[in-house]
Ligand binder design. Structure first.
Ligand SMILES: Cc1cc2nc3c(=O)[nH]c(=O)nc-3n(C[C@H](O)[C@H](O)[C@H](O)COP(=O)(O)OP(=O)(O)OC[C@H]3O[C@@H](n4cnc5c(N)ncnc54)[C@H](O)[C@@H]3O)c2cc1C
Length: 455
C-alpha cells in the first residue's frame, strides 16, 4: 500500500511546479508580533507564519492555499500516509475538477445507486445520470496522501507529529505556541501567528479555544472482502438502506471500494445500539455478502452541525473540526476541502500575501461570512429533509417512493454532483412538492392502518 501511494504521488505531483519550503526552527517560541485590533501592521523581516493542525482534506487544502499565497506554512499530521481515516470515500464529480484530483486515484465510478425502503422495496436512483457522470469512490489513504503531498510541493512544511497542546496567548502581541511530539517521542514547540484547526471531529484546537461542542452521530463500518462473483454485483453500484432495523435516524450503506465493500451505518440518537444496527444492515444484505471476510472494523464520530464558535482570535476551524458535514447524506470530504481552501485563501488575502498581521475580524469577514453566505442554506435544507424523511418507517417508505420520480432523481444528483442548486422547472417543482406531501400522507396512513391491525 505504501509503495502504491508513493507511485501515485510521484507520477502526479512531478508535473506541479514546486515552491521552496522554509527551514523549520524547532523549539521556536520566539516570534515578534505587533498586532492591533483595528489595523494590520506590516510584518518586518519575515512572512506571516501559519500552523495547520490535521492533514485530512481540510488541512491539506488550507495548507496548499496558504503556501501558494506566500504564507510560511506548517502542516501537522499525526498519521503516516498509509493510515486511513474511517470513511466511505465517496466524493462528488465537481471535486475532481475543482481540486485537480487525477482520475487514476479513483477506485470505482459509481453510476448506479439503489435505495431500499424499510419493507425492502428497491428503487434505482441513477437513471438520470448522463454518460460522463458518476460518484467517485476513493480510498482515503490515497486521497489524503495525495492532497498532503501536493501542499508540501507547493511549499508547506509537513511535520509528521502529534499536536498535544495549543497554547493560546493572553495578549494580542504574542504568538500561539504549538506543542507537538515528533518521531514518536521528541517534544517540540513552534510559535506561529495564525492557526487553522483541521483536526477532525475530536478537535484539540477547538477545545483549546473553547469553541463549544456539537452533537455527533457515530458511524460504524466493516470492510468486507467478497468472493469475486459477489464483488462483480457491486462493480459500479452503491446501496443505501433505510429502516428502524438499520438506523433510527440515518441510513446504512454498502459502498464498493477497490477490492472490497464498506458496509456500515450511523445514528445520532441511539449510539449505544450502533452494533445492533450494524447487525441489521448485515442481515439485510446477507445473501450479497455471504462468504465475505471482514478485513477491517472502524468507527468514528460525524458532526451534526457547525460548532458554536468557528473563529476566535487568530484561530479558525475548518472541515469536521468546524462541523461541516451535511445531514441526510453525511457528506463531509468536499466541504472539508472547500472550507480549508476558503480559509487559507482568506488568510492570504487579509495578510496581503503574508506581508501583514491579521486579526479575528479578518477571519470573520473573509472566511466565515463567505462560508455562511455560500453554504448555510444547503446545510439547513438537508437538516430539514433528514427530519422529515428519516424519522419513521412510514416517512422512509415515502422517501423511497419519491426516489422513483425522475425529476427528483435529476434534482438530487445535480445538486450533489455539482454542489449548486439545480435549475428546476416551476411546474415540476410544484408537482414534486405535491408528490412529497402525497407520499408522506399515504405512507403515514398505511403505517397507522398496519399499527391498528397489529394492535
Ligand atoms: C464511517 C464514515 C463514513 C463517511 N463517508 C463519507 C463519504 O463517503 N463521503 C464524504 O464526503 N464524507 C464521508 N464521511 C465524512 C468525512 O469522513 C469527513 O467529513 C471528512 O473526513 C472531514 O475531513 P477533515 O479534513 O475535516 O477531517 P479528517 O478527515 O478527520 O482529518 C483530520 C486529520 O487530522 C489529524 N489529526 C487529528 N488530531 C491531530 C493532532 N492532535 N495532531 C496532528 N494531527 C491530528 C488526523 O490524523 C486526520 O488526518 C464519513 C465519515 C465516517 C465516520
Amino acid at each position: 500500500m505504501a509503495s502504491q501511494i508513493h507511485i501515485l504521488q510521484t507520477t502526479f505531483l512531478s508535473s506541479i511546479p514546486k515552491t521552496k519550503s522554509s527551514k523549520l526552527e524547532p523549539h521556536s517560541r520566539k516570534l515578534t508580533i505587533t498586532a492591533s485590533k483595528f489595523s494590520n501592521p506590516f510584518i518586518a523581516g519575515r512572512k506571516l507564519r501559519a500552523a495547520v493542525i490535521g492533514g485530512g482534506p481540510a488541512g491539506s487544502s488550507a495548507a496548499e492555499a496558504l503556501a501558494t499565497g506566500g504564507v510560511e506554512t506548517f502542516l501537522f499530521e499525526r498519521n503516516p500516509p498509509s493510515v486511513a481515516k474511517p470513511c466511505g470515500g465517496a466524493i462528488p464529480l465537481c471535486m475532481l475538477e475543482e481540486f485537480s484530483i487525477p482520475h487514476e486515484l479513483i477506485d470505482r465510478q459509481v453510476t448506479q445507486m439503489r435505495i431500499f425502503s424499510p419493507s425492502n422495496i428497491a428503487v434505482d436512483f441513477g437513471k438520470t445520470l448522463k454518460s460522463h457522470e458518476f460518484i467517485a469512490m476513493l480510498r482515503r489513504e490515497v486521497l489524503d496522501s495525495f492532497l498532503r503531498s501536493r501542499a508540501q510541493y507547493k511549499g508547506a512544511n509537513l511535520i509528521t507529529g502529534l499536536v498535544t497542546n495549543l497554547e493560546v496567548p493572553v495578549s494580542q502581541n504574542e504568538p500561539y505556541i504549538i506543542h507537538y511530539t515528533a518521531n514518536g517521542s521528541l517534544r517540540r514547540t513552534l510559535a506561529v501567528d495564525v492557526v487553522i484547526g483541521a483536526d477532525g471531529a475530536n478537535s484539540r484546537v477547538a477545545k483549546s479555544i473553547n469553541a463549544g461542542n456539537y452533537t455527533c452521530a457515530i458511524a460504524f463500518q466493516e470492510r468486507i472482502k467478497l468472493p469475486d462473483e459477489k464483488m462483480e454485483y457491486y462493480e459500479n453500484l452503491a446501496e443505501m438502506y433505510v429502516g428502524n432495523d438499520v438506523s433510527p435516524d440515518f441510513y446504512a450503506w454498502v459502498f464498493p471500494k477497490s477490492d472490497h465493500v464498506a458496509v456500515g451505518t450511523g445514528t445520532v440518537r441511539l449510539k449505544q445500539d450502533i452494533k445492533v444496527y450494524q447487525r441489521g444492515i448485515r442481515e439485510r444484505v446477507k445473501p450479497k455478502i455471504d462468504g465475505g471476510k471482514v478485513i477491517k472494523v472502524e468507527a468514528h464520530p460525524i458532526p451534526e452541525h457547525p460548532r458554536p464558535i468557528r473563529v476566535r482570535g487568530r484561530v479558525a476551524l475548518v472541515g469536521d473540526a468546524a462541523g461541516y458535514v451535511t445531514k441526510c447524506s453525511g457528506e463531509g470530504i468536499y466541504f472539508a476541502a472547500k472550507s480549508g481552501r476558503m480559509c487559507g485563501k482568506a488568510v492570504v488575502k487579509a495578510s496581503e500575501g503574508g506581508e501583514r498581521m491579521i486579526n479575528e475580524g479578518d477571519l470573520r469577514r473573509e472566511y466565515l461570512k463567505e462560508w455562511d453566505a455560500k453554504y448555510i442554506n444547503t446545510f439547513k435544507v438537508l437538516d430539514l429533509l433528514q427530519r422529515v424523511f428519516y424519522g419513521s418507517n412510514a416517512s422512509r417508505e415515502a422517501l423511497v417512493e419519491l426516489c422513483e420520480d425522475k425529476y427528483v432523481q435529476r434534482m438530487t444528483f445535480e445538486s450533489y454532483l455539482y454542489k449548486k442548486l439545480a435549475q428546476g422547472n416551476r411546474w415540476d417543482d410544484v408537482k414534486m412538492v405535491m408528490n412529497t406531501i402525497g407520499s408522506l400522507v399515504k405512507c403515514n396512513v398505511v403505517a397507522r392502518k398496519m399499527e391498528s391491525l397489529v394492535l
